[in-house]
Write a protein that binds this ligand. Structure first.
Ligand code: C2E
Ligand code: CA
Ligand code: CA
Length: 699
């Protein structure tokens, strides 16, 4: 039963009053009926008495007439009482029952009086009888000097001497009625008063149901069970209140930093946006991401993680306090700053009153700089690398979700920004929309098999022959326009499409390479592997599956991984590479020289090939002095580690000659050709074989 259903007291009062009233009414009615009935009985008794008296009087007078033998006088006398309105009949009989004199009455009355006379004759005592219509016949013996001389009978109309009790009783009944009403009123009052605390309890329960937990306790001092019930309710509500607060805390507060979580932040923000009417109430929302925080957390145990997060939260609070001081010295309660933790590595601040883009950037910069300062922690100096996106409310969104989304959008762009801070603009929004459109198009393009592998020839610098190639992804639209990977690979990586896309490329590459081999023109093929693919635990399994299915000798496949991906986690790289390498697949370090290679790690990793990034070839082209030395160094390193070297981006013959002269094994670049479709590349291989055949024939 819910508390709101405790409405019974009202019904109870009504029922109690109704019951008491009914009881009183019934009592009053029974009393009145008893009184009226008693009065009626009494009146009937009196009627009989009067009749008896009158009959006895008649008998006495008749006795005188009979004794004196004046029968004619008796007959005349009988007419006197018989002439009375209420008297129906008078009848006198002698000792033997013979009629002496009679007057009036119908035959029925005569029969009635006769019966009474017979009864008196038989008993010698007075008797009376009522006729069917209520008439009263009364008889008495005529006795004179102890001798019975006859019988006198008189008969009256009904109610001749009946006394009507009602008019006499009227005042009494009126008083009784008034008393009853007064008693009912009093009962109602008493019952209502008795039930007042219960009503109060009911109202309290209703308030609780309506307002929830924040109801002030009920104060009832009745000294009875109701007070005990009220106290129990109060204590129950207290407990409920504490539980609710706890639940709110769990639902809306980040348990580690005690900062509001996303939901709470969004609620508050929604409230502030609703309030915002002028520039004054508007504000800025800055979302900060600590880029290395998640990685750091992976290395800490739970306790250390909590400790460190608290340090981060304190840093945030400090930065917010100092901005708050400088921007909002007054009216703090209503427009205080709100700091929150939105997700594991994401914090946010709402700065009320910061309405112009310039102020917003200034405020966000202040907090971002604080986050970017190294954290002193357990004797270490840790830099987390913060980035920040800023949006203005309500300018950039009419609700919290929208403003936060746009601040996050700006944050996404901030990662690529030198200052690691970006303010949301409509351009960003358009870019995001364009990106989403691109993503949608890519999904259908993937289904339509529009992502194809193109092949750029790789030249063996010893014999100048195309003996290998690098597969480069292309999006070939139905209108034959070709889109390069720099446009779609980043989107594929962000949207999770990189998996199916890479699989499609890998399948095509393996099938084509196997077909060239079967056609008598074998060529090794290199495929690029993105960082995300490399993080997939089932990467090796999938590649081997595709290679086997295509029937390609694993030795013909080379996987290119950029230096930065390898160095990010050399141990992991080792684990992924090992099974593939055991199967015969070769590995190349792509874009070598761009990242920060750890030479020790490099020497431990079982790579077969180093690809010199094209920037060094460009540097050579520009005549930069150190360029040859750097290239020499890479070549020396490769020789030491027993690795082959590919020079990328070779566009000119002198570059090729330089590379060959320094002992570089392979060259690839526009000098030999850009990436072409599979049939075109197969044709290149066939053409090369034909040319070689002619040369042999000529020789
Ligand atoms: P990358 O692996 O360094 O590929 C070499 C890039 O240099 C290719 O650009 C190629 O067309 C271009 N290139 C080749 N020779 C020359 C030259 O002589 N001069 C100049 N200026 N450029 C040359 P592309 O095809 O636009 O690919 C760009 C990047 O996209 C690739 O860089 C690679 O990192 C990535 N990529 C390409 N295909 C795939 C793929 O299937 N999967 C993955 N994950 N990434 C791919
Ligand atoms: Ca490559
Ligand atoms: Ca490269």
């Amino acid at each position: 039963m819910s508390i709101a259903n405790l409405r019974a007291p009202r019904g109870l009062a009504a029922r109690a009053v109704l019951f008491a009233t009914s009881l009183l009414l019934v009592t009053a009615m029974v009393t009145a009926a008893t009184i009226v009935f008693g009065a009626q009985n009494e009146s009937a008794r009196r009627e009989v008495n009067i009749a008896s008296d009158l009959t006895a009087h008649l008998a006495t007078v008749a006795g005188n007439f009979i004794a004196s033998g004046d029968l004619p006088g008796l007959a005349a006398f009988v007419e006197i009482p018989a002439s009375r309105d209420s008297v129906r009949r008078v009848s006198l009989r002698d000792d033997r029952g013979r009629p002496l004199a009679a007057a009036g009455g119908s035959p029925e009355d005569e029969a009635t009086t006769n019966r009474v006379a017979e009864r008196v004759m038989a008993t010698g005592a007075p008797a009376h009888l009522r006729s069917a219509d209520g008439g009263l016949a009364s008889g008495a013996p005529i006795i004179r000097e102890g001798r019975r001389l006859g019988v006198a009978v008189m008969m009256w109309d009904a109610d001749a001497y009946r006394f009507n009790a009602l008019p006499a009783l009227a005042p009494f009944l009126l008083i009784l009625g008034c008393l009853t009403l007064a008693a009912i009123w009093l009962t109602a009052r008493v019952v209502r008063r008795a039930l007042a605390p219960l009503n109060e309890l009911a109202r309290y329960a209703e308030r609780v149901a309506a307002e929830g937990h924040a109801t002030p306790p009920i104060d009832l001092r009745t000294g009875d069970e109701i007070e005990a019930l009220a106290n129990a309710l109060n204590s129950m509500m207290g407990k409920l209140d504490r539980s609710m607060r706890r639940i709110q805390e769990i639902a809306f507060v980040d348990p580690v930093t005690q900062l509001p979580n996303y939901d709470r932040f969004a609620r508050e923000l929604d409230f502030r946006i609703l309030q915002a009417r002028g520039e004054d109430e508007a504000g800025a929302v800055a979302v900060f991401e600590l880029r290395r925080l998640s990685k750091l957390m992976q290395t800490l145990d739970a306790g250390a993680e909590r400790d460190f997060l608290r340090v981060v939260a304190e840093r945030l609070a400090g930065a917010v306090r100092s901005v708050e001081h400088s921007t909002r010295p007054r009216d703090k309660g209503k427009r205080s700053f709100i700091a929150a933790r939105l997700s594991a590595a994401e914090f946010a601040v709402f700065a009320p009153g910061v309405a112009s883009p310039a102020d917003a950037v200034l405020f966000a910069q202040h907090v971002n700089t604080a986050f970017n300062h190294p954290f002193d922690w357990r004797g270490h100096k840790l830099t987390l690398g913060a980035a920040c996106g800023v949006a203005l409310a309500p300018r950039d969104g009419r609700d919290a979700d929208c403003v936060i989304r746009r601040a996050r959008m700006a944050l996404g762009a901030a990662h690529a920004d030198p200052g690691r801070l970006k303010l949301f603009t409509q351009t960003l929004d358009r870019e995001a929309v364009a990106r989403l459109t691109l993503e949608r198009e890519m999904r259908s393009a993937l289904e339509a098999n529009e992502f194809r592998a193109y092949f750029q020839p790789k030249i063996n610098l010893v014999n100048g022959r195309i003996e290998a190639c690098e597969a480069l992804a292309r999006w070939v639209r139905p209108d034959r326009t070709i889109i390069g990977p720099s446009r779609f690979i980043p989107v594929a990586e962000e949207s999770g499409l990189i998996g199916p896309l890479s699989d499609a490329i890998m399948r095509e590459v393996c099938w084509k390479a196997a077909a060239w081999g079967r056609g008598g023109h074998p060529a090794n093929v290199a495929v690029n592997v993105s960082a995300l693919q490399f993080r997939d635990d089932r990467f090796a399994e999938r590649v081997l599956g595709i290679v086997q299915h295509a029937g390609l000798a694993p030795q013909r496949l080379e996987l290119e991984i950029t230096e930065s991906v390898v160095m990010e986690d050399p141990d992991r790289a080792m684990r992924v590479i090992r099974p593939l390498r055991d199967a015969g697949v070769r590995f190349a370090i792509d874009d070598f020289g761009c990242g920060h290679s750890n030479l020790a790690a490099l020497s431990r990793l079982p790579f077969d090939v180093i690809k010199i990034d094209q920037q060094f070839v460009r540097a050579l082209e520009r005549g930069e002095q150190q360029a040859p030395a750097i290239i020499d160094m890479i070549l020396a390193l490769a020789r030491t580690l027993d690795m082959e070297v590919v020079a990328e981006g070779v566009e000119r013959r002198d570059e090729a000659i330089f590379m060959a002269g320094r002992g570089c094994d392979w060259a690839q670049g526009f000098l030999y050709g850009a990436a072409v479709s599979a049939p075109e590349f197969a044709e290149m291989l066939r053409e090369q074989a034909r040319a070689a055949g002619k040369a042999v024939n000529a020789a």
